[in-house]
Design a binder for this molecule. Structure first.
Ligand code: CP
Ligand code: NVA
Length: 303
């Protein structure tokens, strides 16, 4: 199977991955041969710190090997088709993780690949980030840690407010939260609301008012105002997003112990202030969990 969208997994499969993540995190070096002799190609059209390193370390710690391929350093740069690249990679490796500008490229890659293709971020979704985020949320609210028959919509409703750009991270987060029963509200400037269409997300409140979105939130999540590939719009975006900054004042409308999440990289003074360094920030756990969650995703797809 390919993992291009969070919806490529159902609720039970996500739960299994979260449970596996918990075990893998608790036993960091005890699974050193589960991907023995397996190779993952990691193809990057854009920069990456967390995705690249967590996948590479995950492969190494599970006994496999990861190849770091920058699109500018292979024949893709000279016009070789993505479909041909997919066919060739499939003859060498056991899986391909790709970070691309256009989601369509991932679809083309997956259609021509006989090995699993994993979305390491496209303009449309960032599903690996959200698997890790769901795990981080369940770690913070352990009473609701999903078991086979009990999910986050059990005894207590958890509310996550996403403030900022209705982008790839927001899209996957909306789908993931909807699937796992986490209440969500999104506040984005006019014109920057999430464009994703899926009946799963019908119940999610989408507003232009960040104060309304954070009301009673257990978690406030933000991401950059200028995603990779949108650099030309930077000036216009920075003006339009000003009132969507996650800061003390905005957080005063959320629950008192409200947790702060950010997929990183962060820009202090833009989408977030130094609240990212405060006691309620869980961004470093969130970043660490990419490693453990990636392992669970790799084991699901490559074994
Ligand atoms: N959050 C995330 O995907 O980070 P990188 O861009 O550093 O991989
Ligand atoms: N929305 C951001 C996420 C970075 C991990 C981007 O696409 O650049």
């Amino acid at each position: 199977m390919h993992f291009l969208s969070i919806t490529d997994l159902n609720k039970n499969e996500i739960t299994e991955i979260l449970q596996a993540t918990k075990i893998l995190k608790a036993n960091l070096h005890q699974h050193h041969d589960r991907l023995k002799n397996k190779t993952l190609a990691m193809l990057f059209e854009k920069p990456s710190t967390r995705t690249r390193i967590s996948f590479e370390v995950a492969m190494v710690q599970l006994g496999g090997y990861a190849l770091n391929l920058h699109a500018g350093e292979i024949q893709l740069k000279r016009g070789e088709a993505i479909s041909d690249t997919a066919k060739v990679l499939s003859r060498y490796v056991d899986g391909v993780m790709a970070r691309v500008y256009e989601h369509e490229t991932l679809i083309e890659l997956s259609k021509n690949s006989t090995v699993p293709v994993i979305n390491g971020l496209s303009d449309y979704e960032h599903p690996c980030q959200i698997i890790s985020d769901l795990f981080t949320i369940y770690e913070q609210f352990p009473v609701d840690f999903p078991s086979k028959d009990r999910f986050c919509d059990g005894n207590r409703e958890i509310k996550l407010a996403y403030i900022g750009d209705g982008n790839n991270v927001c899209n996957s987060l909306m789908l993931g939260c909807a699937m796992m029963g986490i209440k969500m509200a999104v506040a984005a400037p006019e014109g920057y609301e999430p464009k994703i269409k899926n009946k799963l997300i019908n119940k999610i409140k989408i507003t232009n008012d960040p104060v309304e979105a954070v009301k009673d939130a257990d978690i406030v999540y933000t991401d950059v105002w200028v995603s990779m590939g949108s650099e030309e719009e930077a000036e216009e975006r920075l003006n339009k997003f000003k009132k969507y900054q996650v800061n003390e004042k905005l957080l005063s409308g959320a629950k008192p112990e409200c947790k702060i999440m950010h997929c990183l990289p962060a820009h202090r003074g833009m989408e977030i202030t130094d609240v990212i360094d405060g006691a309620n920030s869980i961004v470093w756990d969130q970043a660490e969990n990419r490693l453990h969650a990636q392992k669970a995703v790799l084991l699901k797809l490559l074994v």
